[in-house]
Unconditional design. Structure first.
Length: 462
């Protein structure tokens, strides 16, 4: 039976969002584990007993690709700071775009947090709390700080120079942009209530004043994930090492002998139900779409992320991945697709209402219900598919792509936005712009990631 304690080592050559080992450590551990199994007929060995959990690497890399494509849609459909979309998007493209964006948002970051939770306790047990946190600071906090203090203001300057200045005759130097961003003089929320004669509902007033609580926001980019993941890791360390019983529990394995298909489905329903309740309760005062401060993250999903990260820790302890079966895929995939279309029906036709609602509204509950059920069943289906069909040793080329996934995640905004600015000067239809971005951006983003990984000493950070 595969031991999930080894995931932190086995999956660490990806260095993608959760890993912390050096490439030399990985290669040594892989060689050691592969040698005695080379003579075994792997066709007769269950997927969970094979030498390495390669599919975790593959799934994480696929999710990174999905993030890049997601933002290709996002920059055109909704705009992606610092580039606010200039396109007038037609209704069919808008509906298609939001169906894809909301479908991605429903599960993919939660699945990232689940995978992060899987490797947290093995790494913590192996390194100890101080080295673990030091490593997380280097790999999660330091890249976010560097990006937010240097590269994001540079990107704002680029957009100002190439789009805002030519179109609005406004001049901003990098020093001005940096000062505005860091000191809170620039990217702030406007307060439309003062001096306005418009009549606002209580929900709108609450939303406006909530936004104004965080007039200055940092990490207004994709690095919100790494900062949030560090916060989760820090809390996990404190909890685990504060209560001896918790420490003993999570640092030891509690393997389950078997889980029937009925029991697995019941487990997924229970997890989905917990997510529905927690997310809905939070969306009553804070409807989905609002950020939490001082970092930009979707407040409507924070409970999902917390539960996903915690579930990853528990899944490692109970060796849950040993019980993910391809035999479950047909029913979980069918249910996931059904929940997706039910969720999209309410999301599409009630979108404006949902984003401004405040109270125990039935449609808010129904969207949350089908959204979270879709997230759980779709995520399980992905785990089952990748475990069955992608649990193979990658070629040297794909190993490099896997190893540069985290660097790609960091760099992809600098690829997508400049291309989008260039395409904004054309008369192409928005859907054509999206397609061009989806085709061109991923290979260029991965090339940028490979270049970042080639910098001496970068392995300590990315």
């Amino acid at each position: 039976m595969a031991n999930l304690v080894d995931i932190g080592t086995e999956a660490s050559n990806s260095v993608a969002l959760t890993s912390s080992e050096t490439q030399q450590d990985v290669e040594a551990s892989v060689d050691e584990k592969l040698q005695p199994q080379e003579q075994v007929d792997t066709a007769s060995v269950p997927a969970s007993k094979k030498s390495r959990l390669y599919y975790i690497d593959s799934l994480r890399t696929w999710l990174t690709l999905l993030v890049v494509i997601h933002h290709c849609f996002w920059v055109v459909i909704a705009g992606w700071l610092p580039f606010i979309r200039p396109w007038i998007v037609d209704l069919p493209t808008l509906i298609l775009g939001y169906m894809i964006l909301s479908g991605d948002q429903a599960y993919f970051m939660g699945l990232f947090f689940f995978l992060a939770g899987l490797v947290t306790t093995p790494s913590l047990k192996r390194k100890g709390p101080w080295i673990f946190l030091k490593d997380r600071i280097y790999r999660l906090v330091l890249p976010a700080v560097l990006y937010d203090l240097i590269f994001f203001p540079l990107l704002i300057t680029f957009v100002n120079a190439t789009w805002i200045v030519p179109n609005k005759s406004v001049t901003y130097s990098f020093a001005e942009v940096w000062g505005n961003y860091i000191m809170g003089l620039g990217l702030t929320w406007e307060n439309p209530i003062e001096g306005s004669t418009y009549s606002y509902s209580p929900a709108e007033v609450w939303a406006i004043y909530y936004k104004n609580l965080g007039r200055t926001m940092f990490v207004m980019n994709q690095m919100w994930f790494t900062v949030t993941l560090f916060a989760f890791s820090l809390v996990a360390v404190v909890i685990i090492h504060s209560v001896e019983a918790w420490k003993t529990f999570v640092f030891n394995q509690h393997p389950i002998q078997s889980i029937s298909q009925k029991s697995m489905l019941l487990l997924l329903v229970k997890l989905s139900s917990i997510l529905v309740v927690l997310n809905y309760l939070l969306r009553i005062p804070f409807p989905t779409g609002y950020p939490w401060y001082p970092f930009v993250g979707n407040l409507g999903f924070i409970m999902q992320y917390i539960v996903a990260f915690t579930s990853g820790i528990l899944a490692n302890s109970y060796q849950f991945l040993d019980h993910v079966r391809i035999a479950h895929l047909r029913i979980t995939l069918s249910l996931g697709i059904m929940f997706y279309f039910m969720f999209q029906t309410f999301q599409t036709y009630l979108y404006d209402i949902l984003r401004s609602s405040l109270g125990f509204y039935l449609h808010t509950f129904l969207v949350t219900l089908f959204e979270q059920f879709f997230a759980v069943f779709w995520s399980y289906s992905l785990l089952g598919y990748f475990k069955e069909y992608r649990n193979v040793k990658p070629s040297q080329f794909f190993s490099r792509l896997i190893g540069s996934a985290y660097a790609t995640y960091i760099a992809h905004q600098w690829i997508i936005i400049p291309i989008a600015v260039g395409l904004a000067y054309t008369s192409l239809y928005p859907i054509i712009v999206i397609l061009i971005l989806c085709v061109v951006s991923p290979p260029l983003a991965w090339s940028a990631g490979l270049l970042l990984k080639a910098i001496p000493g970068s392995d300590k950070i990315i």
